[in-house]
Structures are given as C-alpha cells and as structure tokens.
Design a protein. Structure first.
Length: 305
C-alpha cells in the first residue's frame, strides 16, 4: 500500500503547530520538515522534549515492539545472559505462517539469551522474540507462557508511565489491533532500555557472527545484519530499532551520540524514515550532515524490516 507523504511543515522558535510540533529555543531556528505521521525527539540525559509532531497520537509500532521484548528480558531478576535456550519447531512454524522477519534459528539449536537478543534486534527475528517470550513467560503451556510474557510487557509499560502504549504481541504482529504506542511513549521506552549496557551493545552493532550448538552436538554459525541503516551512515548513530507493517508503515526508533550529548528519537509511518531521522538528529545537535549522508546498504539476502 502506498503511503502518502505528509505535508511539509516549518516551525520557527517557540511556535506550536496544529499537530503539536514544537521547536525548542535551544535548537536551530527552524524545525525540519519530515514525512512521518508522528515523530518525537528527546535529550537522553534529561528526558527533555526537543521536537514533537503528533507526539501523543496512538499508532501501530510494528517491530519496534521488540524494544519492549528486550526491555522485559533485561529486567528479569538474576538474569543469566549465557543461559541456553533450545529452539523449537513452533518458532520456525510461526515465522513461516506469519511471513515474518526471521533470524533463521534452526530447530534443536541451543542458543544463549544474549544471542537471542542479537537475533531479536539486528535481523528483527520474530522467531527470537517467540523464543524469549516462551522462555521468560510463566505457565504450563507455550500459549500460557506467551500470554504471561505479553502481560509483563504491559506491566512494564505501566511502570514506565507509558499511558498510551499497549501490547498484544511479543513482536509487533498484532493479533487484536491493540498493539500501539505514541512517538513520545516509544522514545521514553527506548530511553529506559538504553540504560542497560547489554541493550546498548546490541543495538549499535551493524553485524554479528555467533556460534550455537546444534542438536547433534555440532557448531552452527549465525550471521546477522542490523536492519537499522542509520548505523554506519549517520555519524554518532548508536541504535535503535526498525519496524515495518501494513498498518504501521515504515517506523524507526533511533539514537545518536556526539560529544557528551545523546539524542533519542522516533518516526512512525515515515516513507523517508532514515533521512528524516538524520534531519531530526541534526536539528537536535545543531548540525547539517543529513544532506550528505550516504545510507548503508544491506547485503543481498539480509533481512529487511
């Protein structure tokens, strides 16, 4: 489905748009135009809003949902990142059934929780998301454990004060239409997740090669590429997560650090998500590098999201 480009809007310092776009006096005189249906930018240190465009309007978030999947896992008491998880055929069947993005995890392989986080966040593996939900949910059946895990996602959202966010899935493939957030909530979630060193290490990685034990005791090599093309393209980019869906459109949660300043932002339903993210980051940093940015390309056969 073709997504119409949102009307470009320019705002001067201190002016508030009908859609809620706000320019901070600390920034350049004009906020950037962008194609996003919703966008938000904040300062990581203070949480202060730098830019907002329909920042409190609820929208589907596609695979940016997986930020919360990782956040819930990382907040588990006595988490062992080296714990081995056996990949079940059900995870592969789910990906096939849904036509979902995948880390191509093989049935019977034993992978660590840390490896599953890379499989979740780089190639946007819905199989990895399923494995984590099945592992960290509670219950006697897989269905019960997944339901429990999604419950944990919603509880964490409430704990973080994300009042306009709700999850009905572990990966963003909505089962009821009740998997939504706002640009502001999603930026706040990313800020919370970025407090974890493991999360920061994962989401800034462009490519990783990992080794798992097969069901027969052999070794399997997994190579995963990050679907976030801003990494390696925009100077200082350090994350965070892509997402694409029929209802959600192209989405991106992004972060960059320059000097002692880190910015975190969100664009939802944006056909120019990487360029617009770079423009918003430039706005926050007071720079002008987006116009000359050369976007990193993914290898043939790599997952796209």
């Amino acid at each position: 489905m073709r997504i119409r480009r949102a009307a470009a809007v320019v705002v001067t310092v201190g002016a508030v748009l009908a859609g809620g776009a706000l320019a901070s006096p600390a920034q350049a005189a004009t906020a950037p135009t962008n194609s996003a249906k919703g966008a938000y930018l904040l300062d990581n240190a203070s949480g202060t809003q730098i830019y907002s465009k329909y920042g409190n309007t609820r929208r589907p978030m596609a695979s940016t949902t997986k930020i919360m999947t990782a956040r819930v896992v990382l907040s588990q008491t006595n988490l062992d990142l080296d714990r081995k998880v056996t990949i079940r055929q059900a995870y592969r069947d789910y990906v096939t059934q849904k036509g979902a993005s995948t880390a191509d995890l093989k049935t019977g392989d034993k992978v660590t929780v840390r490896q599953l986080l890379y499989a979740l966040m780089l190639p946007s593996g819905c199989d990895a998301a399923y494995a984590l939900a099945d592992t960290f949910g509670s219950g006697d059946t897989r269905t019960a454990r997944v339901k429990s895990f999604i419950g944990k996602m919603n509880k964490k959202a409430a704990d973080l004060g994300l009042t306009n966010t709700k999850f009905d899935s572990f990966d963003g493939i909505s089962t009821t239409g009740n998997n939504y957030t706002t640009p502001k909530d999603l930026a706040k979630l990313a800020r919370s997740a970025m407090k974890y060193s493991t999360f920061r290490a994962v989401v800034k990685t462009q490519k990783t090669v990992r080794y798992a034990t097969t069901s027969t005791g052999g070794t399997r090599t997994y190579t995963w590429y990050n679907t976030n093309k801003l990494l390696g393209s925009y100077s200082g980019a350090v994350g965070v997560k892509t997402g694409t869906g029929t209802a959600a459109g192209p989405c991106l949660v992004f972060a960059a650090t320059r000097g002692d300043k880190t910015l975190i932002g969100v664009v939802l339903n944006d056909t120019n998500r990487f360029t617009d993210a770079a423009k918003l980051l430039d706005y926050g940093f007071g720079t002008n590098t987006a116009s000359t940015m050369q976007l990193r390309t993914l290898p043939s056969g790599a997952q796209q999201d």
